[in-house]
Design a protein around this ligand. Structure first.
Ligand SMILES: [Zn+2]
Length: 393
């Protein structure tokens, strides 16, 4: 099994689910796993053996006897086997280590200067992730650096990523990053398997697994400095042919000549409704504001220019999402990122969705905020790595 295998993201019956059942305490034996997963005892045994040989499960002591030989208990090894994760943003990165079930062990936020270029930015963040991983060797571990407990690293990029190659393709606001092979650079530097995806997909996966793992169809919008979305279809992250599925940033919302977008077109969602667009529009109106934090402060203070722009942004996001919802018929649409904290934006997005969608598409549709918090991206990154390293499907 290598990192390039493309196993299912889904949960049902796979080794990933077995691991989760043990980690949550729901199962302590092979018999529990067979009962809870619905798999045959022989399939469970086979998968458990594979997980043990990978160092992802271990047998500890003896369980309760039911008359015969006391069964050995299964457990997820603590210490040693960790996932590193980096969720890169326009101005900050969230980074940390997580255990194999996606629980955060350590996490921190670091300021970054994207314009310093990929080698400098990623190099520093990788060093910090490596420093968080305890020096440990895991029995049966493959691919890890000697002395490092890392099993793999997941990285989110605030721009389009060609998923198969881990390359960045034509990002906005990331000068010097176009065409950069993030996966190759990071895997060579850290000497562990590396998975790279765009930040919206990581947010989608993190939130979906934490909050809506029981639902099959969902759209998660990340609205911060930029704007993007991740799509869950049939319980799996849907990336499309190249990895660009869900990228709504350059969908057109304004028919007349609107603001010029970084892509060269006019009226793109990103040029109208992203955090960067709100900053630019306020500056143009003579309102001195430096960044998204400043915009949010103005909205909280009831500034009418900022509030009107936030409402317009919400309508624009709603217009594009209405097309997505009519086309894709999700069970939930959730909005995350800094702009999700903006009440006027959320309200007008919701109103536009109800106005523009088929009644059948909205009658049971959940429209909500992403609730998982600042670690949602690194949690998604960890799931991505574990899915690829653990699941030998
Ligand atoms: Zn554009």
């Amino acid at each position: 099994m290598t990192i390039d295998d493309a196993p299912r993201d889904g949960l049902r019956g796979g080794p990933r689910e077995l691991l989760r059942l043990v980690a949550s305490g729901a199962a302590v034996s092979r018999a529990d796993l067979a009962r809870l997963s619905g798999l045959s005892p022989s399939t469970v045994s086979q998968r458990v053996e594979a997980l043990i040989s990978e160092g992802l499960l271990q047998e500890t002591g003896a369980g309760k006897s039911r008359g015969g030989r006391r069964p050995r208990q299964l457990a997820v090894p603590t210490g040693g086997a960790l996932i590193g994760a980096i969720d890169l943003g326009a101005h900050h990165a969230r980074l940390g280590t997580l255990d194999l079930t996606g629980r955060v062990v350590e996490a921190r936020t670091r300021p970054v200067r994207i314009e310093d270029g990929p080698e400098a930015v990623l190099g520093a963040l990788l060093d910090e992730v490596a420093a968080l991983a305890p020096a440990a060797t895991v029995p049966g571990q493959r691919g890890g650096t000697a002395g490092s407990g890392l099993r793999g690293i997941g990285i989110g990029i605030p721009g389009p990523v060609q998923y198969d190659t881990g390359r960045i393709v034509s990002p906005s606001r990331m000068p010097g990053w176009n065409g950069f092979d993030v996966r190759e650079f990071c895997a060579r530097r850290a000497d562990v398997p590396v998975v790279v995806d765009n930040d919206a997909n990581l947010m989608a996966l993190g939130e979906h697994r934490a909050v809506h793992a029981d639902l099959d169809h969902a759209v998660y919008v990340k609205a911060g400095t930029g704007i993007g979305a991740g799509v869950i279809s049939g319980g799996r992250l849907h990336r499309g042919a190249q990895g660009s599925a869900g990228d709504i940033s350059h969908c057109r919302v304004v028919a007349d000549p609107g603001p010029l977008c970084s892509c060269g077109n006019t009226g793109c969602l990103e040029a109208v409704a992203s955090g960067a667009a709100l900053v630019a529009a306020l500056c143009e109106q003579g309102v001195p504001v430096e960044d998204l934090t400043g915009v949010m402060r103005l909205i909280d203070d009831g500034d009418r220019h900022a509030t009107a722009l936030a409402r317009r942004a919400g309508r624009s996001i709603g217009e594009i999402l209405a097309v997505v919802v009519n086309f894709f018929n999700p069970q939930v649409v959730a909005i995350g990122g800094r702009l999700a904290e903006c009440e006027p934006l959320l309200a007008s997005m919701r109103a536009t969705l109800y106005e523009r969608c088929l009644p059948l598409a909205t009658q049971a549709l959940l429209i909500e905020r992403v609730v998982t918090g600042p670690d949602v991206g690194i949690m998604g990154a960890a799931h991505l790595v574990v899915d690829r390293v653990v699941d030998p499907a």
